[in-house]
Design a protein around this ligand. Structure first.
Ligand code: HEC
Ligand code: HEC
Ligand code: HEC
Ligand code: HEC
Ligand code: HEC
Ligand code: HEC
Ligand code: HEC
Ligand code: HEC
Ligand code: HEC
Ligand code: HEC
Length: 317
């Protein structure tokens, strides 16, 4: 189908139109009751579709809005020609006849996992929502519709402007947002980037739903490619413990977003024979390092290639 390439992996539920089931003749009802009783086959209520025009009669406002929605494409481009409402709400003829809300599915009244299945019927094979069931927000009872305004325009459905994404995330993650107000941080407050620069709201295989690049490397390298390596002489923690072992990516009171206010304290966490409580320790600096001498306090003045070097084991150049 021509629209598929715009949304890789998009699938559609197998059924298109559902012909109304034949009106029950007394004999068949008896026969099916008999079958049901014998084989414990539950008798499903008649599943009839009403069509979008019918919904419009009572839900005019949503119907009007929906004409500008990205999901309008369902009607134009698939077999569900005039039934888009019912792809998410299920067959609605009985509800349309009565207006009884018990007879129609409202995804926002279901738990997140169940509500999301109505979306994933079409979206589950797409790259980004794929990991979702495993460890994304659904796991925490935050549903698709919590972040996506489903009846809205394309811009409302996925508002990609960094300012809007940040605002949305911040409504629930105020503590994270506050960290971005610290003196040294990524420029989220200025709208230069958003939370999704580092996190995938649909879940990833990494802890904290962090983005990965090249399958398994920290997502930081998408923008900080010069730290990628592989280096001839690696600085072990960069690769093994990750960037967070020295940086606070949400922001820090310390220059370079370091976890310590002076670089040497950062280094001495691991390169010291005292306070040996840290898990992985680096070697102790050679004796000529006199840490009482101010000259030796700013370690990165000499060890400039702190993220790894191609030429020097001591990361000096
Ligand atoms: C005869 C009028 C009528 C028609 C036709 C109709 N509805 Fe409704 N619908 C209502 C009323 C009344 C309510 C409850 C008040 C409200 O939310 O507006 C309602 C509520 C709903 C709700 C919310 C249910 C809930 O639990 O909160 C959904 C979803 C819905 N309708 C979808 C549809 C769809 C889809 C169609 C077309 C298949 C449709 N309606 C056709 C009258 C109608
Ligand atoms: C892509 C899936 C999808 C489609 C298509 C869709 N809806 Fe919905 N609808 C939802 C979800 C999710 C909710 C609950 C969250 C919300 O209110 O935004 C909802 C809520 C509703 C409600 C109850 C809440 C309210 O705003 O009053 C009504 C009524 C409704 N839809 C009617 C319709 C009608 C009419 C159509 C077709 C013109 C339609 N929907 C098309 C997913 C969909
Ligand atoms: C019947 C299939 C179907 C169902 C069910 C469905 N969608 Fe969609 N969705 C589509 C189609 C088709 C598009 C438009 C694709 C395009 O324009 O390339 C779309 C587009 C989107 C987009 C915009 C993607 C973009 O890149 O702009 C989002 C977000 C989205 N859907 C979320 C949802 C959510 C949330 C639900 C459940 C409430 C849902 N969808 C249910 C078929 C569906
Ligand atoms: C916590 C908020 C949140 C939840 C929950 C969420 N999304 Fe998204 N979604 C986003 C954001 C933000 C984007 C834009 C991503 C970007 O720009 O990088 C997006 C983008 C999308 C897109 C466009 C394609 C893409 O990857 O850019 C689709 C389709 C989509 N979401 C579908 C879904 C479906 C289906 C669900 C539920 C299974 C869901 N989303 C749950 C926030 C969310
Ligand atoms: C409706 C509220 C809500 C919104 C909106 C929301 N989240 Fe969440 N998020 C949660 C809840 C609840 C959890 C699970 C509890 C927790 O770990 O704090 C969670 C968990 C997370 C986690 C994982 C924490 C961990 O330790 O694994 C990350 C990362 C995250 N959210 C990022 C985002 C981003 C990025 C956005 C914006 C695109 C966003 N959230 C929008 C409610 C929300
Ligand atoms: C520059 C990259 C980056 C950006 C931008 C970013 N995060 Fe994070 N976030 C991380 C990293 C890395 C971790 C893991 C920290 C750890 O494991 O020590 C994390 C952890 C989290 C967690 C789980 C741990 C916690 O602190 O509770 C949440 C929730 C979260 N981020 C939300 C957000 C939100 C909301 C935004 C946008 C306002 C955001 N993040 C922007 C990199 C980022
Ligand atoms: C979307 C791109 C992007 C991603 C992803 C990203 N950064 Fe950045 N980072 C930047 C930009 C741009 C700057 C420059 C900030 C400025 O001065 O405006 C920066 C600056 C920095 C700085 C230096 C700040 C200073 O004071 O000089 C550190 C440290 C840093 N990032 C660490 C990280 C870590 C760790 C991660 C992963 C958790 C990460 N970044 C992910 C774009 C990104
Ligand atoms: C062993 C601790 C450590 C680890 C791990 C670490 N860094 Fe750094 N990083 C530093 C120090 C120290 C500085 C400050 C250097 C200086 O004083 O000039 C720095 C500076 C930076 C800067 C700003 C200056 C520059 O060189 O561009 C960026 C960006 C940065 N680091 C990104 C990263 C990324 C991305 C990762 C993960 C791949 C990472 N760092 C891992 C210690 C570390
Ligand atoms: C999280 C712990 C950690 C931090 C913080 C850390 N290092 Fe390391 N560093 C190591 C480990 C582990 C090695 C590898 C030791 C080995 O291979 O025997 C290493 C290796 C080195 C080496 C090469 C020495 C050798 O034996 O190959 C130098 C030089 C070095 N670090 C300097 C620094 C400086 C300067 C800082 C502060 C900016 C720093 N390190 C911060 C853990 C750390
Ligand atoms: C004035 C420059 C200078 C400063 C400042 C400095 N170092 Fe060094 N460091 C060196 C030199 C030169 C070597 C290489 C010695 C060699 O090759 O045998 C070295 C070696 C090391 C090594 C061992 C490397 C190896 O190959 O075994 C470690 C660990 C180390 N320094 C840590 C630190 C720490 C931590 C600080 C800050 C407290 C620091 N250095 C400050 C110049 C400096």
């Amino acid at each position: 189908m021509s629209w598929l390439p715009r949304l890789p992996g998009l699938t559609l539920p197998p059924q298109g139109r559902h012909p109304a089931p034949p009106s029950p003749v007394p004999g068949t009802v008896a026969a099916s009751l008999f079958l049901a009783a014998t084989f414990f086959v539950p008798l499903a209520p008649a599943q009839e579709y009403a069509g979008t025009e019918m919904c419009a009669a009572c839900h005019e406002e949503i119907f009007t809005k929906f004409q500008k929605s990205a999901h309008k494409r369902i009607e134009r481009k698939t077999e569900w020609t005039d039934q888009a409402c019912e792809t998410c709400h299920g067959p609605g003829a009985e509800h349309a006849a009565s207006g009884d809300i018990a007879l129609i599915k409202n995804p926002s009244k279901l738990d997140a996992g169940a509500g999301d299945r109505s979306c994933l019927a079409c979206h589950q094979n797409q790259p980004s929502p794929a990991g979702r069931i495993r460890n994304g927000h659904a796991h925490s009872q935050v549903s698709c519709a919590e972040c996506h305004t489903v009846h809205g325009t394309r811009e409302e459905l996925v508002d990609r402007r960094p300012v809007s994404v940040n605002k949305q995330c911040a409504t629930c993650h105020m503590d994270a947002w506050v960290q971005f107000q610290r003196p040294h941080t990524h420029r989220l407050a200025q709208g230069a980037m958003s939370c999704t620069g580092c996190h995938n709201p649909h879940g990833t295989a990494a802890p904290s739903n962090l983005n990965l690049v090249a399958a398994n490397e920290p997502g930081c390298l998408k923008c900080h490619g010069d730290k990628r390596g592989p280096f001839t002489f690696e600085h072990a923690p960069v690769r093994l413990e990750g960037c967070q072992s020295c940086h606070e990516p949400h922001g820090s009171a310390n220059p370079r977003m370091l976890t310590r206010h002076e670089v040497r304290f950062q280094c001495l966490e691991c390169h010291s024979n005292i306070g040996a409580s840290a898990g992985v320790l680096g070697g102790v600096a050679p004796a000529f390092h006199d840490t009482r001498n101010p000259r030796f306090r700013n370690c990165t003045v000499c060890h400039v290639k702190i993220h790894g070097s191609h030429i020097n084991r001591a990361l000096l150049r």
